[in-house]
Design a protein around this ligand. Structure first.
Ligand SMILES: [Ca+2]
Length: 376
């Protein structure tokens, strides 16, 4: 069955977004060879996928499909004798986020469980932080995996930079982080600076950025939170992070340009969700950047993929290489893959609690990229 968009879901998409990403996902029988998705009966499929949870990302301008009701259709082709095709449909609606749902205009629905009252309801907005830049906010409501037999299909939120869509963050949350009877809201915020993601005032509550490291070119700050309610949203709390040990959240950051000779890390700074009479907002928790909340990190070409066991703001950093020099010197080596050990001595035991670190530094590092980074 189609897990995203969930049948009956409302997608509140701000017209301020030049485009948004609708993740299409489905659960399908084990014999499934491929799943194809269409929207509104268009002859051309939006896309196909041959790997569970059969994910296709449809990036569209909000005006492309238009406000109102739409229909997503999934066709699964099975390797069976006999019936070989299974189909499912999910009706969804596109709507503008009601201004009354974000009176404090921080981009986050003031009452997430009221604004996103049905499982699958989704919210995507862009907020201009004057003098700083664009904050992208996404939220989606979901239930535990057993309720609709969607245990194998994570909740997916994809947010793109307002400036370059290729710079994006994809967050996948296992539905089994929730227990039966609970409803969750995944909240993701994206921006080039802490002051953009949290606002200039809130940004002062965070500890200094990791010493001796640089934000990777193209990198962004990604806030990941999950709210949970057991009473329909009358009261809610942040998800107990302890549940993430068994069901970590997967974060993929794309559109990065690594500098030659550097080692890449994803750092986290703990945050928590607070609220006042105006609505929900995010504040810093503690004052330290750490890698403790990241249990697996894979470095690909311009991409970091991490498993997260904390609800925090995350950002990709690199160290080593030519640092902040003038960028002169040797030509970087050919494309290679290296498996790196822990980085050289660093303040404190930042990596002490890391369970597993998989570093596959397979990025193609060109002189141009390096020079572009040299003055950062
Ligand atoms: Ca708000």
């Amino acid at each position: 069955m189609i897990a995203s968009p969930l049948d009956g879901a409302v997608l509140y998409v701000s017209p301020d977004l030049e485009r948004f990403v609708l993740p299409l996902t489905a659960s399908a029988p084990a014999q499934t060879r491929v799943v194809a998705y269409t929207v509104d009966g268009e002859p051309e499929p939006v896309g196909t996928s041959d790997t569970s949870p059969y994910t296709v990302l449809a990036a569209r301008a909000p005006a492309t499909w238009g406000l109102g009701n739409h229909l997503a259709q999934a066709t699964a082709v099975l390797d069976w004798v006999g019936p070989t095709v299974v189909t499912d449909e999910a009706g969804f609606a596109l709507a503008e986020p009601p201004a009354a749902d974000d009176l404090d205009q921080n981009g986050i629905p003031d009452d997430p469980f009221e604004a996103l009252s049905q499982p699958g309801d989704c919210w995507m907005t862009r907020i201009v932080v004057p003098g700083y830049g664009n904050r992208i906010v996404g939220a989606v409501s979901f239930e535990d995996g057993a309720t609709k037999a969607l245990n194998d299909v994570p909740v997916v939120m994809v947010l793109e930079s307002a400036y370059e869509p290729a710079r994006k963050a994809t967050v996948r949350v296992p539905r089994d982080v929730l227990e039966p009877g609970e409803t969750g809201v995944l909240l993701v915020m994206l921006g080039d600076e802490l002051s953009i993601v949290f606002g200039p005032d809130m940004a002062t509550g965070f500890g200094p950025l990791p010493d001796g490291e640089s934000l990777i070119a193209g990198g962004q700050f990604v806030e990941v939170s999950v709210l949970v309610t057991t009473d329909g949203g009358a009261t809610f709390t942040e998800l107990d992070e302890a549940r993430l040990a068994a069901n970590p959240i997967r974060l993929t950051i794309e559109g990065l340009s690594f500098s030659a000779g550097t080692t890449q890390w994803l750092h986290a700074h703990s945050t928590f969700v607070d609220s006042n009479e105006m609505g929900v907002y995010i504040v810093a928790e503690g004052a330290a950047w750490t890698t403790d909340g990241v249990v697996i990190l894979e470095v690909g070409e311009g991409t970091l993929v991490a498993d997260l066991v904390s609800l925090s703001v995350f950002a990709p950093f690199e160290r080593g290489g030519e640092g902040e020099g003038e960028g002169e010197g040797e030509t970087p080596g050919c494309l290679g893959v290296s498996v790196a050990a822990a980085p050289p001595s660093s303040p404190g035991a930042r990596l002490g609690d890391l369970a597993v670190v998989l570093l596959v530094a397979g990025a193609l590092l060109t002189t141009g990229m390096r020079n572009a980074r040299a003055r950062q």
